[in-house]
Design a protein around this ligand. Sequence first.
Ligand SMILES: [Fe+2]
Ligand SMILES: [Fe+2]
Length: 273
Amino acid sequence: MRLLFLGDVVGRAGRDAVAERLPGLIARYKFDFVVVNGENASHGKGLIENHFQGLRDAGADIVTLGDHAFDQREALSYIEREPSLIRPINYAPGTPGRGAMLVEGRNGHRVLVVNALGRVFMPPIDDPFRAVEAALADAPLGEVADAVIVDFHTEATSEIQAMGHFLDGRASLVVGTHTHIPTADHRLLKGGTALMADAGMCGDFDSIIGTETEEPLNRFLTGIPNGRFTPAEGEATLCGVVVETDPRSGLATYVAPLRVGGVLAQALPDFPG
Ligand SMILES: [Fe+2]
Ligand SMILES: [Fe+2]
């Protein structure tokens, strides 16, 4: 199977880039399954239903979230009737929505997607390692699930690499989100799990992690808030990671970064065969 994961979509620039480029990428590379992190798609904070539908219409099979999951409070209600929207699995018991979903891809393959929040330089939250492990136990790779994708949303690259090694051989892809900066450590672990510490964002990189530079810079310089954060509106770079899996085991055989458009260096996959 060919899997595509796109990092945090930020504001209008990110949404426009996904709408304009994702359908063509799916057609060109024949992706069987697409996951998009949408936690910043609505003005940088959360995801309204209309913007969620836009990501789905562009080709996202599953949309994941993060620490901004419920910044737009309507997500607390529509997530209950949208099985293709998942929020971090390690929120408190009783939180609306699901943290993991097993769904059928375009060719009938079953894909388990899990979203979790980390705990390093992040607000306190339940143990993500045990929560993800429990979700994987319900739909083991190669038995129930043909592919397993884990979106681990956290600040520290060490924590994501730890999750990768923890799940090595049990997931097709473990990828970090949240920092908005794509890392260059994409690789296959010994057990066959593809790992990348951060997918990067789908947003305007002429910015500070997707935000117009003026107010974040002011806060770094003075420590005194003087306005709101506003998403930068220049052309976005679409950032993510692609994986090819062995159809029998579900483990990864190829991993590569994907960056298209905007000001970042471009990178396109070169699938073998
Ligand atoms: Fe984000
Ligand atoms: Fe985040």
